[in-house]
Design a protein around this ligand. Sequence first.
Ligand code: GDP
Length: 444
Amino acid sequence: MAFEGLTERLQKAMEKLRRKPKVTEADLRETMREIRLALLEADVNFTVVKDFVKTVREKAAGAEVLKGLNPAQQIVKIVNDELTKLMGEEAVPLNKAAHIPTVIMMVGLQGAGKTTTAGKLALRLKNEDHARPMFIAADVYRPAAITQLQQVAAQIDVPVFEKGTDVDPVEIVREGMEVAKQNHNDYVIIDTAGRLQIDEQLMDELANIKELVHPDEILLVIDSMTGQNAVNTAQGFDDKLDITGVVLTKLDGDTRGGAAMSIRAVTGKPIKFVGEGEKMSDLDVFHPDRMASRILGMGDMMTLIEKAQKNFDEEQAQETMDKMRENTFDYNDFLAQMDQVTKMGPLENILKMMPGMANNPALKNVNLDPKQFAHIKAIVLSMTPAERENPDLMNPSRRRRLAAGSGRPIVEVNRMIKQFNQMRKMMKQVTNGNMSGMQNLFGG
Ligand code: GDP
């Protein structure tokens, strides 16, 4: 999980402070030292760390005047505010051209996630803007690159303009732009070549493409797992191409966090999106304030709520509520609910966005296996329509048949049915306004 070590260390530093009835000068120095070490260990750029700690120290010293407030909390707030500022304060939207097409050029080192991100971005534009994007395949050095772009494009139903690997990339882009104009595509996304490291020849080629099309957006795709190197890469690309934004990928991995915190400060360019998985839907807008709160282990409820809303079918929810009230919630509703939850992404990621959960030791080794969901589903799908509509039919012989039908052990079938019945009971109590049922469920 991203930021794990950093979150843990920052939380420890704050916790120590919290336990003191009065914060002395020496305590503050000690906390600053710990914050500094935590950031350096997370691979945050040295100069960035120095400036950051200096600002926090100054603000913390000034904050002593607010005697009424808990000093530890004041410092948490200062750290949170400064982290937010460091990462850019506000989310920065994609640039858009006054006249179509808006041209987005994807650049970055090989393996950073350029092609994947191009796909994610196109899907996002399609879903949110009803856009009709087109890709241009301008990486002519690896034949596999074109095939990969075509595969990504096929998944999301977006056309690709390509001319194989024997044509000059600048020429490909020139012809591609003509085709996009003829077809009235409103976005053109150019997938360019990457190398293992920055090299002059590639930079010249990218500069030539830039010269030709004057992109509205030059998005540098950066692998967040590469730490300090990510910052050097960003600087290299920015010096040559004057990029307009950054996409930080692989934030779902256990990146230490340095890139997220240094890139803006070092290049002055905003992180616009973050990639949090390999699926086409795993691209989120980068919100500095939410990221700060996530780094401090305070959760990211906003993103969680948005994810829920995006996947939420209002009509279905109303129907579920009605059924809960009428106590007619059955296995068909149960299936529909499971589908809604799985659409939000891996369960452990969802849990970790909740306040206090990111570093909760109870979650450390939790592996909410998606297979378990699949198993439950298999059991429900083995029911007859009558059984699904009438949960009270489940006698032992029917249970044995379900076990055989789903290929799951009978204990698992029994457990699932027991949990389902408990859930129904609780729903009835809750919708009747009797909350004691909830308390029982949580061991209260
Ligand atoms: P390119 O060489 O820059 O075009 O990189 P690719 O798009 O081919 O991506 C390289 C690898 O990184 C692929 O296996 C992708 O599935 C993976 N990848 C890209 N973005 C993410 C992300 O946000 N999270 C994870 N876990 N993997 C990613």
